[in-house]
Design a protein around this ligand. Sequence first.
Ligand code: GLC
Length: 766
Amino acid sequence: MYFGKMISWQREGNRVSFHFEKADGRIEVFTEKIINVFAGIQSTEHRSKAIEGEKAVETPFDVSAENDEVIISTAAVTVKVHDDFKVDFYNAAGEVLCRDYRGSRRKMDRISDVMKELLLAEGHNVNGEEEDKISVIKRMEGDEAFYGLGDKTGFLNKRGYDYVMWNTDNPDPQVDSFKSLYKSIPFFITLHRDTVFGLFFDNPYRSGFDMGKESGEYYYYGVKDGNLDYYLIAGENMREVLGGYTYLTGTTPLPQRWTLGHQQSRWGYMSEAEIRSLAAKMRECRIPCDVIHLDIDYMDDYRVFTWNPDRYDSAERMMEELSKDGFKIVTIIDPGVKLDEGYPVYDEGVENGYFATTPEGEIYVNAVWPGDAVYPDFGKEEVRDWWASKQQFLLDRGVRGVWNDMNEPASFKGELPLDVVFTDEEERADHARMHNLYGHNMAKATYQGLKERDGRRPFVITRACYAGTQKYSTAWTGDNHSIWAHLQMMIPQLCNLGLSGMSFVGTDVGGFGSDCTKELMCRWVQAGSFSPLFRNHSAMGTRYQEAWQFDEETLDIYRRAVELRYHLIPYYYDLFFTGEKTGLPIMRPLVLHYEKDENARNCNGEFLIGENLLAAPVVNQGETKKMVYLPAGEWYDYWTGEKLSGETYILRDAPLGTCPLYVKAGTVLPVWPAQSYVGEKDTDTVLMLEVFPGEGEWEHFQDDGESFAYRDGVYNQYHCCLTADGMLSVKCVHGGYEKRYERVQVTCGGRIAETKMNCGNCVVKL
Ligand code: GLC
C-alpha cells in the first residue's frame, strides 16, 4: 500500500499521528523500548487478541522535524519517519535496528504458463499466493539471524526461509518445506552482530513472512487484510526483547507442579479396563508417571462433554481410585460439536446462536470425528462463557486438565470457506479474520472455565495458537511421526516456540504417526524428558510405544530418563516461577544466553534448560558419540563430574543409555528424591541441593504447588548464593508459606552433607 508524501504530523499524548497524501498513520510510544506502528485500514484502533489490558505507559519522548524526516526518540529508541510512511529504527547509540526497504518487492520468477500446465497435469498446486493488502519490507543489513515465528518446521535460525501464518492441520510428515503448521505467532527476533530487536505483527489475518528467501536485500511481511499494526521491541539482548514481547502478550503462568511430571497418552486406549491396567503397569514397571490422557475414545460417539457408558463402568470411581495412586486424568475436547438433535450441547448452541453460520445465516456444517459437526463461535464472550461452563461436566468426574485439539479449526470436508460468519466480540467477522484466533479463543474459554470452577491453576493443552495463547494454555506440536527427522526437529521447534512466548511446550514423545523403533524411543525419551511438557503419545494403529513395549534395555533407559526428570522438577518449577515474571522460556536455544557467539546462532542439536543445564541428546540413528558445543565458561559433565572449559566443541561418548548433560560451574540445583509421582513423598522438610563449584546464585520457591495463593504472597523464596571459595548460603528472603524447610541436604562432587536450617536460613561450607 502507498501512503504518499507526508503532509503534516501532530503529537498527541503518547502518539504522533501522520497525515500522508493517500492515507494516515501513527507511531505510538508504548514504553521506552516498545514502539507501535499503526495505520487503521480496517479499524481506527488496535483490535488485539494477543494483548490484554493497557500496556502503554507514560514515557518521555522527543519529537522533532529535520529535512524531510520526523524524529521520535525515547531514551532507548529513535524512530525516523519519512514519506510513504517509511519508518527506520535506531538504538540509543545511533546503531541501526531496522530500516524500511526503499525498493519494491521482487517476487521470485517461478513458472511460465507452459510449466504451469505440466505441473497441473501431475496434480501440483500451482496457485500462487494472492496479493497482500498490507506489507512491510525491511532492508536486510546483512548480519541478521531470525528466531521465533512459533512452531514452524526446519531449523532454529529462520533466515533464508519463508512461512505462512495460517493455522493448519496437515497430517503429512512435517518437513522443512512446510509453510505453516498449527500455530500462528507473528513475532520474531532479529539478531544482528551488535544489536537485537523484535518485531510483532499483531494481525490475525493470513500473513506471509519471507526471511530473505526471495531476495538477500530485504525481509518481507505481508498480510491479506486488517490493519498495519506492528511493534518494534528493543532491548539490550534477546532476553530483554523477549521480555518486551511477553510484557505485551503475557507470560506463561506458574502451572500446578504435577503437570511437570511424565504423562502417558495414546489415541486408542479404548476402555476403563485398559486405562486401569496401563496405570498398574506404570507402577509395576516403576516408571514414574503423573498423568494419563484420554483421547477421543472416552466420549460417547465423539460428542464433546459426554462419557461413553459402555466403555467405562464409572469414570468418577476410576478417577478417584487412580488418584489415590497418584494419577491425574486429562481429557481431550475438540471444538466440533456433533450435529445431533437431542444432544444437549448441540441443542443449546442452536437455540442461542452459538455456532458459526454461512453468510446466509444457516448454521455452518463441516465434519470432524463425530461426522457432521458445527463450530462454536469462540470469538463471542457469551460463547466462551458457555464453553467455560461446560468444563464442569469434566470437573465433576474428577478430570484434572483439558486437552484442546482440532482447533485450527480442523475440518474433514475441506477448509471452512473464508466467508463463514463468526463474531469478534460484538462485531460480525468472517473466518478469514477469526481463523488464526480460533484455538486461542477456545483455550481462553477452557482456561477461564477451569479457573472459575476448579480454582486451581488450570492445565490446558492446545494445538492451535495465536500470539499470547501462553496466558491460558500449554501447547504440543501436533502430529509428528516416529521418524528421526522429527526428533531432530523437536529441538529448534520447541526453542523457537519458547522465543515466541510459549514456554510450556512439548512434542509427542516417541512420535505420533508411524512406528517407533527401540532406538528412536530411547533417544526421544532422553531428549523429551527435558521438554517442559513431557508426554508420550501415539496414534491409533501405530506400534504401541509405552516404556515397556520394546525390551528390558529400553525400559531401563526410559526409566532412567524419567527418573532424572523427576529429580529435576524443583529446578523446572523454579524456572516457571521466575518465568511468570520474566517471560523467559524453560527450554532455550544457546543463542539466548550466548548471542555474541557465532557457534550458538545456528545450534540445532542441543539446548539449555534455564541457564544452568545444557542437554545434548543424540538425535541421529546409529550415533553413539555426540559432538557437543559448550559455550563460554566452565561446565561440569553431569554424569562424570569432569570439569570442562567452554567455547569449544567436544566429542562425548553417548552409548544408547547416555544423554550428554552439562551443568554450568556455580550452579545450585534444587532436586527431589525419587518418586513415582509428584507428591508421593514429603518434599517440604528437606531442601535438597546439588552444587557445582564456582560462583553462582539461585532463587528457589516453595508453595502448595497448585493454588493461586502464591499470587497473594503465599510462598517462600530462598536465595541461594555460592561463592568461589565454597561457601553456600541459603536465605529465606520471602516467607509467606506455612511449611518451611527444616534441613538442607547438599550434594557436591559425590559428597553429601546435611545441615539444620534456622527459619529457612543456613550457611554450608562445601
Ligand atoms: C489429532 C491430534 C492427536 C489425537 C487425534 C485423535 O490428530 O493431533 O493428538 O490423538 O487427533 O484425537
